[in-house]
Ligand binder design. Sequence first.
Ligand code: CP
Ligand code: NVA
Length: 308
Amino acid sequence: MVRHFLELSDAGSDGLVAILNDAVARKAARAGRPEGWVDADAPLKDRVLAMIFEKNSTRTRVSFDMAMRQLGGSALIMDAGTTQIGRGESIADTARVLSRMVDAIMIRTDDHAKIEELAHYAGVPVINGLTDRSHPCQIMADLQTLIEHGKALPGLEVAWLGDGNNVLNSIVEAAGLLGFHVRIGVPDGYDSDPAYIAAARQRGARITVTRLAQEAVRGADVVVTDTWVSMGQAGGEAKIAAMEPYQVNSALMAGAKSDALFLHCLPAHRGEEVTDGVIDGPHSVVWDEAENRIHAQKSVLRWAFGQL
Ligand code: CP
Ligand code: NVA
């Protein structure tokens, strides 16, 4: 069975815990080394990852490339617009061809159905580098960051502010799989996917939705936000106006626990969803979070290759 990482649930609770433990340990084992130094065991030696981008990226692109280098393998980038995908070659045929040429595929795309189709026809692991529906690799880096900053995940109270988007869907999915709770503060009309909320509740997570930003953050251990307008979304003045009460500023942050952590997947729109005072302030761990994209994805890759 080929292991795909399209959603966090593909790895299951045990798989996610194994990935996080591995990520923390591998990061510590190479501390102080140059970024391009290959881990002593080179577990993905000679393996090649193809990365398909149908949307822009800085972190996902660099972190997967560095992850493969550090594991002893390599990565190649396919900008969809300059490949035959951009001229209409089918996802199925692309999957068949790439599976004969590379050892794994990472894709960032819009419609989640595309990644499911790619995985269906691929004979090698397919990894979700963000779709309109979810961003599971981001959440693995987020969880590693929380663990490294001393937060035990079970029972944690995580507050989300702003748009009900792909990143939130994956946080909610993680809550169900790892036993933490999410208070969602989003304006009416911008709710996240109810299917993720229902699945997380069924697994025992407490997921609450409120229209009051202060209520969402009250006593929270972690405060998370993201851009109000995701890639490919329409945006517009009405949406920005609806989002404004959910801006994470120092006054809002003061409602969370005194040792609360602030997360943002980046890129940030300073002055919109978050102020300089918060993202550059004492609660923020966003640079650790960005770095952990490398470490968490190395372990996601190892899981996909059956090593965890
Ligand atoms: N957080 C994240 O996925 O960043 P990029 O869009 O830069 O890859
Ligand atoms: N929600 C954002 C995340 C970017 C990393 C987007 O989809 O654009």
